[in-house]
Design a protein around this ligand. Structure first.
Ligand SMILES: [Zn+2]
Length: 329
């Protein structure tokens, strides 16, 4: 464990200790009043963020209880609270994506909670290596010691999502074999829905002549692959951090090529105050690119707690597809 992580873990343990002293009975209720039902004997399952909630809860049905941890702050920004750790303290399984995205935060919560029996399952790590993409980098990044990281945003491809659902199904069957048939049939039904989302997108994009775009953060590789789009660059290397002048110049250079201009620029609702997309759009107008547009794309990393439902992932994916298809030519 590195030093920063140790400090963070120590802080959380302190938070729990303080909480236990100040609040009698603290440790039972979870985040936002989330509790584990006392009268349910099935597996207690925690997931890191919203898409995994839709996947796991759809497979769990009434046989297991699923709780989602991250809401307004997604896996790039989230820091667990004492409430989150209280929730995790009684869980049996913790599904995360892994691939460098959220597994360390799950480890911090497990060590903070002292729940040695809980299994953390890194779903993305179970994917075949050939199904994984490297993180985006521009040519200027390539140095002697340059190494590509794996892009963790696998949930943005319905094809990959279906595989994650299969891994969740297998873990639930292993944990609770008495209800294996239920997990099996619900997973099959949900995978059908994911296949329908993919078919919806394929149909929407199939007649587009120009599928080039600039994404907001480096999250689109699997969505791009699934729907045969063409991501030419990213606005921000780190979500929340505006591009430097040098990076912006490089993006403009990529976007104004006479033979293959890029006119679609993605923004994200989570970073609505960022002005880099609009700055780029104006620069493209000034450079003679025809009709550059901003399109909001939600990478599904955050959720409003009152909106989280079994069909949230499908709805949000269709919304993304609709907005993008409307503006693409
Ligand atoms: Zn991301």
């Amino acid at each position: 464990m590195n030093r920063a992580l140790l400090l963070k873990a120590a802080g959380l343990v302190t938070a729990i200790a303080v909480c236990a002293v100040l609040v009698p009975g603290c440790g039972a209720p979870g985040r936002n009043g989330q509790n584990w039902p006392a009268d349910h004997a099935g597996p207690k399952v925690v997931v890191s963020f919203a898409p995994l909630y839709c996947f796991a809860a759809s497979v769990a049905g009434d046989d297991a209880v699923v709780k989602n941890v991250m809401t307004s702050k997604g896996p790039h920004d989230f820091d667990p609270t004492a409430d989150d750790i209280a929730l995790v303290s009684q869980a049996d399984l913790f599904f995360v994506v892994g691939l460098g995205l959220d597994e360390k935060k799950a480890e911090v919560m497990r060590s903070g909670s002292g729940n040695k029996n809980m299994k953390i399952i890194e779903l993305g790590e179970k994917l075949d290596k050939k199904d994984l993409c490297e993180g985006f980098c521009t040519h200027a990044d390539h140095g002697a010691d340059h190494k590509h990281d794996t892009d963790p945003h696998v949930w943005l491809s319905p094809t990959h999502a279906a595989k994650l659902v299969g891994f969740i199904r297998d873990e639930l069957k292993a944990k609770d074999p008495a209800h294996a048939a239920g997990y099996e049939s619900r997973a099959a039904a949900y995978i059908e829905k994911l296949n329908a989302v993919k078919a919806y997108g394929v149909e929407k994009f199939k007649d587009k002549q120009d599928k080039k775009l600039v994404s907001f953060h480096d999250s689109l590789a699997y969505f791009e692959e699934c729907f045969q789009l063409n991501v030419r660059g990213v606005l921000t290397k780190k979500p929340g951090q505006e591009p430097s002048d040098k990076e912006m110049k490089e993006l403009i250079r990529i976007c104004i090529r006479k033979t293959s201009p890029v006119r679609v620029i993605l923004t994200e609702p989570q970073y609505s105050t960022s002005s880099s997309g609009e700055t780029l759009r104006k620069d493209l107008v000034a450079s003679g690119v025809e009709d550059p547009v901003l399109v909001e794309f939600d990478p599904l990393e955050t959720v409003r707690p009152d909106e989280l439902a079994l069909d949230w992932y499908e709805k949000k994916m269709r919304d993304n597809i609709d907005r993008l298809a409307e503006k693409m030519k």
